[in-house]
Ligand binder design. Sequence first.
Ligand code: PLP
Length: 325
Amino acid sequence: MKALHLSDIFAARQRIKNDVLRTPIKQALSLSGYSDKPIYLKLEHHQYTGSFKLRGATNAVKSLSLEQRKKGVIGVSTGNHGRGLAFAAKNNQVDSIIAMSQLVPQNKVDAIKALGSDVRIIGQSQDDAQLEVDRLVAEQGMSMLPPFDHPDVICGQGTLALEIIEDVADIETMIVPLSGGGLLSGIALAMKTINPAIRVIGVSMERGCAMFESQKAGKPVQVKELATLADSLGGGIGLDNQYTFVLVEKYVDDLVLVDEAAIANAIRHAYVHEQEVIEGSGSVGIAAILSEKIKNPGRCVILTSGKNIDMAMHQQIINGEMPIL
Ligand SMILES: *Cc1c(COP(=O)(O)O)cnc(C)c1O
């Protein structure tokens, strides 16, 4: 395992700056009743491909050797990691394969194909897809790029912290959506190194948060996957987790959970009061503030991490209905 430093995150920023959008930040006046100081939204859901995953994927692709680039990259993902990796590879003239199981809906397959990737539908489960990936890595020398537990991915996501610190002075609380923890690890490493006084908080859904349970247990554990509005936050952290478990343990102050009603409420709030379309996973930080799970946030930045939500479901939520998952 490689030790990561703030300098790696500055290097990542140099590497990816022409490939990713420096996303805007805005003060969320609609949340001003929840703190005695301004609350800001870092609008990373405006990122190309609709989520921050593009940052890590781009940094990982650009860090490959010429030899590795020629052989192409491969990932397993139906969602934002797949989109980010497909787009990052295409931008850098690298071939990519995104593997997924037969259970994935056609619209998700088409979205990733449209970004220029060779989508391979393999077997009945993500595990089957993983076996095919292992074969392609072994036989064709492709580079497997995972969604979070990889140093270049973590440093790519960490570039968000540099932008945020440049745009908002004297941050007291930083609120970040959490699943595998690549996003939270990168941001926490950068922010705590620059200013240890910033309180860095990860937010997940109550329904099946592997990192939360793992930190509680003191080691990576598996959790049952449950249907949730925060669908990009599902999945485990890997029982052989190399990076994110330890980084979260070392740098993160607190982990907070929000329920489904709070997530729906946050999606609605973001749309009605801030005119922002944000997916469930991207809105858990707003959910934590609205449900007062974070006491005295002070001058606070909430990262909104993605926008890739089914728009019919979004409409339902805006209408005050709870979608059936
Ligand atoms: C992947 C993802 C997350 C969680 O990122 P991790 O690095 O796995 O913790 C949060 N929000 C969105 C929209 C995502 O796609």
